[in-house]
Design a binder for this molecule. Sequence first.
Ligand code: BMA
Length: 385
Amino acid sequence: MGRHWKHLTGTLFLFYLGMLFACGDAFSQADLPSNENATKETASLYRNLKKLASRGFMFGHQDDLAYGVEWKYKENRSDVKEAAGDYPALYGWELGGIERENPNNLDGVPFDKMRQFIRQGYERGGVISISWHATSPFGNEKGAWDTAHGSVASILPGGRNHDLYKSWLDRVASFLSSLKGAKGEAIPILFRPFHEHSGNWFWWGRNACSADQYATLWRFTVYYLQTQKKLNNLLFVYNTSGDFRNRDEFLEGYPGDDIIDVLSFDAYQYNDPQKDNGFVVNTNKSLALIGEIAKEKNKLFALAETGYEAIPYASWWTETLGKAIGDNKISYVLVWRNHGYNESMKKMHYYAPYKGQVSQPDFVKFYEQDKTLFEKDINSEKLYQ
Ligand code: BMA
């Protein structure tokens, strides 16, 4: 090879190297969470979740370690573990009541215990997601389920309940900052406040405030937690109910790419799936839609809450939920809590199977699928490194 050629290949090689670095840089930039001051573990979690989505989706369960259909506060118990032989990959917890300084959340879970459960899940390599059914600032017995107009406006800067709202955020921040791993590091949290806002049942819902007020509520909340309270362990989850029909409806009230990390919605099965496949069709379509938006915005996306109460259909996991998710590269799906028999509702209220439950064998099949990720699957992924 002549000198000239050597020179050229050398230049090409350098150019190639340069491109590699430039692209590498572009990729890593794109995989940073919205908060540029996110802790190391939080930034790692975000980056790793981005990768994980091509492998499969994490299975999550609300209040999993706290109680099950027939038990409460028993060390290491989990209905999911007893049904599938493995813990969930994702644990959902709920802060409703913390704003009022209640020692227990709205479903009776003591915050002190919740802190320990969160740590246990995290130490096992699991991911933690937290929702917040805050009581209406108008303060009545309806709790979060108050649709009186004006409650959001009243807590925004300049509103008459703004100071009250800041005191709530102080309590939320104090709990979130108390979540620490073994080395004293802040446990990363997927925080999902003001969920299902496109529905009309919560005080932050569609008819109780304008889209602008909703976005302002979000922006103030993120600013206060991040800038005032210096919480850098949060990834923020935007969440609507499942009833949006198009992109504009899904994004109505969206507070901005600069503060949101995950796009999601909640959708439950109500009708008998053997007679009505509406849940499969609609959930699949809606996931595809938010998946496109997430791709454009370079965010994660998820089915943040779902379930079929008391799971009366034995093949619900593989025949319904699995098909509803289909090929959508979601990060996770979470099923709601296993309360057991609900006195006030006079019925069973649970969403994950327990050992012996009619859908348990199908849940095991679902567990065994490559794309469903439980604790053993994600443990090797070292999501926080
Ligand atoms: C609902 C029900 C309620 C519960 C609320 C908040 O879907 O499970 O019993 O209080 O979620 O966790």
